[in-house]
Design a protein around this ligand. Sequence first.
Ligand code: G6P
Length: 596
Amino acid sequence: MCGIIGYAGPREAQEVLLDGLRRLEYRGYDSAGVAIVGSDLKVFKDKGEISKLSTDMPRLAGHLGVGHTRWATCGRPSQQNAHPFLDCTGQMAVVHNGIIENHLALREKLIGEGHVFTSETDTEVLVHLMEKHYKGDLHAALKETLKDIKGTYAMVVVRADCDELVAARKENPLVVGLGVGENIVASDVTAMLNYTNKALYIMDGETVVLRPDKVTIYDHDGVPVQRDPVVVTWTVDDAKRGGFEHYMLKEIFEQPTAIHNSLLGSLDELEAGSLMIDHEPASVKLVACGTSYHASMVGKYIIEALAKIPTTVELASEYRYMPNTEESPLTVLLTQSGETADTLAAAREARRRGCPTLAVTNVVGSTIAREVDRVFYTKAGPEIGVAATKTYTTQLMAMYLLGIRLGQLCHTMGRDEVRELTSELRAMPRYIGKVLDRGPEVEAATEMLVSARDAFYLGRNINYPTMLEGALKLKEISYIHAEGYAAGELKHGPLALLDASTPVVAACIKDHTYAKMLANISEVAARDSPILAIGIEGDSDLAAVADTTVSVPAVNPILSPVPLTVMVQLISYYTARKRGCPIDKPRNLAKSVTVD
Ligand code: G6P
């Protein structure tokens, strides 16, 4: 997956493209490039991040161009494999996000026809196909090119002697920003917020011709499509770092607001009995990847506790291989981006199986939102740091709301119980504020993790997935190998790995798992592992067995994953910071994974 952008308008294209690429960098950052039409078509591209590209790049004058930031899938990160790619005449340039599955056969054929390739990528066949099919009409050449290829794409093409860009989309995001006398096309609205908040979302199979004063969308059959723009509510400031050292820290601190916004309105709908679903399902299946998978795991505990409905959790990448054993479970797809290829494939498969589908996503207009029966939007605002933080805790809010809604439908929760839990949910931003206030204390506590090679994260019951998420956060941004474990499983293997050089982070709150967790922590202490325990304020028994304790406020145990998550986020953030890691852009990762 990668970020693409194209600009047509009166401004210097170089500025707009670089500004947009900076905002798309979360999608990939191992190489980048731009192609700009001035007196002729000029390309500048290189290995490395956008900041390097901007510094090294000469001024390229021109008002029409395309740009790309890459997360390598086919061909290692290098200058040669960076986009844009030029055709043999040097007249045409292409940027692409996706995978061309039949590129080897196409490459061989094109080489046989005399085309010269300069990279190892699948994308390069696109520009040679465009060259082959170009007979004076860029859009017609694009349509012919699309007939030849198999795979997925969001692509933009520019040509030296044309005053337009052409673009196409299949299974990778593409959105047009409508400005006044200027238009932008990009992978994501954040790339265009500086210039416009009017967005036209492009659908699968559609193509676009974009000029400074006009945008035309065509359907698969070449018929022009009329579509009203959507007004985007995210602002440029939402997507800025705002004085914080890293986006991740800013986004951790935005959680009280993100949670407040995600609950706002939804609690009224809950009260009115109109939130998310209308019927009581026989079973629920939660499907997701990465951090969203952990939110799904927490969701299972919530739904089973509140609504007593059997709930299963599947990794989206595995869902397609699972036999259909349940009678049309309500299939809930969690994906903050709404674009994760595996989760989209699972949504399509669920529909094929006749299951009712509900998506939980943070991005209005994202692909998943258009492919499911119902959508619940979390309102976390744009999340730029690659490690998910506020999108995760707002997904947890969605799980609480879904659990309560199902509890209402199944009559497992009375009015008073619903009222009590929702008022505690409303108080959640305050509780998170208390965790955030502990920043300096947490920073000091991370000392034991900073030089570790391996670490374990332990939790039980609803906080077992919380600690899986804690371990994932540490891995992602500090590069310390960390494993989350159900604390009861410790003695079935991992205990063999514990010694004085392997710290253990343990969640030990005062719920029904407390005594067992204390016992597990003692087992760890007996193996000399340094212990960082997360407990409830003033827990002296815990302080007596752990080397260091950090505390979270006491909340209803079912809600405890929220403050505990914020704590594990801070632990990984401060550890990674002390290790000098590139927190917002960890190596080899990208925020939105549009390949499966
Ligand atoms: C990538 C990101 C993770 C994210 C996962 C699923 O791997 O780096 O942070 O959890 O994709 O993303 P989604 O948008 O589907 O929640």
